[in-house]
Design a protein around this ligand. Sequence first.
Ligand SMILES: [Zn+2]
Length: 341
Amino acid sequence: MIIDIHGHYTTEPQSLFAFRDKQLAGLIDATRKPTTNDLGITDEQLEQSVQRQLAFQKERGSDITIFSPRASGMGHHVGPEWVSQEWTRMNNNLIHRICSLLPENFIGVGQLPQSPGVDPRNCIPELERMVNELGFVGVNLNPDPSGGYWTDPPMTDRYWYPIYEKLVELEIPTMIHVTGSCNPNFHATGAHYINADTTVFMQLIQGNLFKDFPTLKFVIPHGGGAVPYHWGRYRGLSMMMKKPPLVEYLMKNVYFDTCVYHQPGIDLLAKVVPVENILFASEMIGAVQGIDPETGHYFDDTRRYVDAAKNLSDEDRYKIFEGNARTVYPRLDAILKKRGL
Ligand SMILES: [Zn+2]
């Protein structure tokens, strides 16, 4: 079985965007507020909207996608907290509906109603709802709700502890995932995402978060940002800070995905990072669309790179495609086992 742990709903029906436009327009002019939270999207429209994802699953040979709302759409920096709360519930509900309609293909992961400077405790009711009521198996946590200005404390700060306590209690991992950038210095998917992945890994080296939360699991997407490429730098910095070797210090809790869109990147990831810490993912349909003229294949057809990585054994590939995901996402594993998978 091939589990793609990183897919976003990026083919949403137009009425979701129309709602968002009105929601934001309503902040300036109350008469432009949406009159209803019912988007009027039928089940048929929802199924229709994910046909491209289903076709890619079939073509590329992945079985199930862990599916979450569009990351750049979370927009935690936009509007006051209630806007984030309302918008988050709406997006999580859409994911839940798609996963209920197509349970063989999608399993849900949610977004949180974060807002810059607002106590993360306020996200807990939605976190509990998405796991206990919507059946989600994980959640995306934004380390920078300001959208590129990093105004909240580092992820190792006690500020975030209420979220971590709840994640541990619910037995779900979190993917560290920023949303759009409103800082013109940082292109969202080209710089802001990769910066955040790298930044959080370095914060984890500086702090000692997993001493307090030994079972907490962080998935750092986009191949771990710059970390695998600079593995020696991080090992060296860790040593200078008198921390234990990285593999024992962080790699019981931190996982990287395979959203690195070329063969040399995957070869390096598989060579540098323990295979137990690599999770298969494509982020389709996401950041990089289109066909690589050098290979003739889609950039985000990441299965090809894992299949072709020379230093991986069949057992390693099993771990990357399936085994590690079952360990990191115990609720996913339980659902699959219930289905006899
Ligand atoms: Zn993503």
